[in-house]
Design a binder for this molecule. Structure first.
Ligand SMILES: [Zn+2]
Length: 305
């Protein structure tokens, strides 16, 4: 039996659906612009849709107004999305349906362990709660993961294997009622009809969890393209956690040139001061996955437990 919302899923007649899915924990920085640009170029080159989803599943981490800053930045960089922006806080009903479905099919259990107990649990084993019929209201809901190794053919990285145990049982909904990122992303992507996920390589390990959910939901996983990360001067990846500076929208054209460089396509000097749309046109005509696939040796292709 399919998930209740699958029959109503969107974009069923669109052959390519991509998305950019930032969390509103701060404004865009160069690293997030690279992810936005990479997914935008793919969607436009494939004559598909490019969706924008604000991943505000974790309210304590959201920064008030960050979603507007992100949208404004994308517009100033000429990255115009299709359809209406979606917010995860509007999708709780579907997360609930997915959770109930997993529970009804024996794929989840209620767990009352605290974080320390969970970490102390032997790898590859469910915690003792899996054997108890605990009441849902007082517990976290955890996926019972009995699946083996997972494999993808990443469009940039090539064959990537996730060993059995790359993800053990994992939380779907916390005790305080917050839905977990992995569940929300998969439900959202299925519902939006996403066919290809283009994102930073820092999210590659999450793929193992997401593949497990696709498999249990009996839904085809999207294609994956993981982009190289942008490193700061300190050798760390640019991220909000590492205090990457926010993009200055006033110099959107030079930001786009830097982002394209990070995607393996140096922009000719003549275009350095060009308008945003001219740079994007150059990108759409000239960028190819091979430009980053050639750098795939920079990645560790095997994700172990
Ligand atoms: Zn437990």
């Amino acid at each position: 039996m399919n998930l209740p919302f699958v029959a109503q899923r969107l974009n069923q007649d669109t052959s390519y659906v991509g998305r950019f899915a930032p969390s509103p924990s701060g404004p865009l920085h160069l690293g997030s612009l690279v992810a936005a640009l990479g997914s935008y170029i793919r969607a436009r080159q494939m004559d598909g849709k490019w969706l924008l989803r604000i991943e505000d599943i974790d309210p304590p981490r959201a920064l008030a107004g960050a979603d507007d800053l992100i949208k404004e930045s994308l517009v100033r960089h000429g990255l115009l999305w299709d359809d209406e922006v979606t917010y995860q806080h509007d999708s709780h009903q579907r997360y609930e349906q997915a959770l109930n479905w997993l529970q009804a099919n024996g794929h989840s259990y209620c767990c009352q362990c605290n974080r320390k107990q969970r970490l102390a649990n032997p790898k590859g084993q469910s915690c003792p709660c899996a054997q108890l019929a605990l009441a849902k209201d007082e517990c976290a809901t955890v996926l019972r993961n009995t699946l083996g190794a997972q494999h993808i053919q990443d469009l940039a990285l090539g064959a990537v294997s996730f060993a059995k145990g790359a993800c053990d049982d994992f939380i779907l909904r916390r005790k305080d009622g917050l839905y977990a990122y992995q569940l929300a992303v998969v439900v959202d992507d299925i519902y939006a009809g996403v066919t290809e996920v283009v994102r930073g390589a820092d999210i590659l390990p999450s793929t193992a969890y997401q593949l497990a959910l696709y498999q249990l939901f009996n839904q085809p996983a999207p294609a994956y393209l993981h982009l190289p990360l942008v490193m700061g001067d300190n050798g760390q990846k640019l991220s909000k956690q590492n205090h990457a500076p926010r993009l200055n929208d006033a110099v959107a054209n030079s930001n786009l040139c830097r982002a394209l460089g990070a995607l393996g396509l140096p922009v000719p000097r003549a275009l350095n001061n060009a308008a945003v749309n001219d740079i994007l046109e150059f990108a759409l005509s000239n960028w190819h996955i091979a430009f980053i696939a050639n750098n795939a040796s920079a990645f560790d292709n095997r994700i172990d437990a």
